[in-house]
Design a protein around this ligand. Structure first.
Ligand code: 1CP
Length: 349
């Protein structure tokens, strides 16, 4: 069956007059209604694991800006938490996890019972699909997501965000046999999690590999391409037609190998990716998604208009989804998001 929603048509390799758009982190702290709900809920994870709250937040940007896709409100770090790692989000500080440092520490991770923690996320998906229908957003698709094993492993081993990735890289480079065990745990738990999201009603999936750009070529192949390909193959075994967007942030020219070898449907581009190169080397293989610098969105005005039009001129001849090249920055005025949606909607070549 051919998809009808514009976003899903483009993922299905059809060119649309209506260029679909959504923006990474479109739900979040730049919206006053998000900040109000966060205050009321008493913290980030209380929103993620409460289907009523999480579905409201998923819908907030859609009600304002009518993007072509909503993205499930959750986080990539719910998978390590469901595996048994302690996770906290301290206000203004980002995530903190108890570090997993070696093979012995892997014993605390239990792949079998992750749904004990993750089942509210599946409820959120069901509720969000229902609300999209009830509120008349019948052209808006719902995207599910997970972090890719490498990126999730960086948080698990470093215990949070990192500048240098010394611990996780030292483990991966120095003791690849035991690091592989961590990656294998992430491949199987992420596969399970994504299949459950599809069963609950997501219509496409994005794999976020935010830190794929810190690896050399051999390690990129080993820890980014191979595990991503395994997840894609596992999910496709059950759901052969589910569109999967891969976002290997910072991968540069290694993106071509990633696009060819992982089996993904669409490749997400970060904002450092040259548009001509992406058109000639990636968009000839598959649809692309991207890649406005979020600081351009923060800036607004003529700078926003010029940069958005340049992207549209470069990539709109073939299947293309407009997005940012990374997430919306929390200081972004909501009016700039509105300006950007208007630019995309009014664009004519
Ligand atoms: O209110 C708050 O303080 C929480 C801020 C916040 C939000 C809104 C975090 C903490 N996560 C999220 C939601 C989120 N995270 C979504 C929801 C849907 C949407 O896009 O609108 C998604 C898809 C993510 C994915 C995510 N979480 C990634 C991959 C994308 C990226 O930004 O590179 C990563 C790396 C995370 C980890 C994470 N969660 C939160 C923060 C602040 C971080 C990053 C920490 C760091 O910089 O290392």
């Amino acid at each position: 069956m051919q998809p009808k929603k514009p976003f899903l048509k483009v993922l299905n390799n059809q060119t649309e007059n209506h260029i679909p758009c959504w923006f990474m982190r479109q739900a979040g702290r730049y919206l006053p209604e998000y900040r109000a709900l966060r205050e009321e809920a008493g913290g980030f994870l209380n929103m993620v694991y409460n289907p009523e709250n999480a579905s409201e937040i998923t819908l907030q940007p859609i009600r304002r800006f009518k993007m072509d896709a909503a993205i499930l409100f959750s986080d990539i770090l719910v998978v390590p938490q469901a595996l048994g790692q302690k996770l906290e989000f301290l206000a203004g500080e980002g995530p903190k996890l108890n570090k997993v440092s070696n093979e012995k520490d892997l014993k605390i991770l239990d792949v079998k019972n992750i749904d004990n923690i993750l089942s509210p996320v599946y409820e959120t998906i069901k509720l969000t699909r229902q609300k999209l229908t009830d509120e008349g957003f019948d052209q808006t698709a719902l995207i599910g997501f997970a972090g890719s094993p490498w990126t999730v492993a960086t948080y698990m081993v470093e215990g949070g965000g990192s500048k240098t990735y010394e611990n996780v890289k030292s483990w991966a480079y120095g003791n690849p046999e035991t690091f592989q065990k961590l990656i294998d745990i992430l491949v199987s738990s992420t596969t399970h999690y994504l299949i459950k999201q599809i069963e609950a009603g997501v219509e496409a999936i994005q794999l976020f590999d935010s830190w794929s750009g810190v690896l050399d070529e051999d390690n990129f192949n080993k820890w980014v391409i191979v595990p991503t390909a395994q997840i894609v193959a596992n999910v496709r075994e059950k759901y052969p037609n589910i569109p999967i967007i891969g976002f290997p942030r910072g991968a540069g020219t290694m993106s071509k190998n990633y696009a060819e070898k992982t089996g993904i449907t669409v490749i997400g581009l970060d904002f450092t990716m040259p548009l001509d190169w992406a058109r000639d080397n990636l968009q000839n293989i598959m649809p692309v998604q991207g890649n406005l610098d979020p600081v351009t969105l923060l800036t607004g005005g003529e700078a926003l208009k010029t940069a958005a039009i340049h992207i549209l001129d470069s990539l709109s001849d073939k299947p293309f989804v407009f997005n940012l090249g990374h997430g919306v920055i929390k200081e972004t005025p909501p009016e700039h998001v509105e300006q950007l949606v208007n630019i995309i909607r009014n664009y004519k070549k």
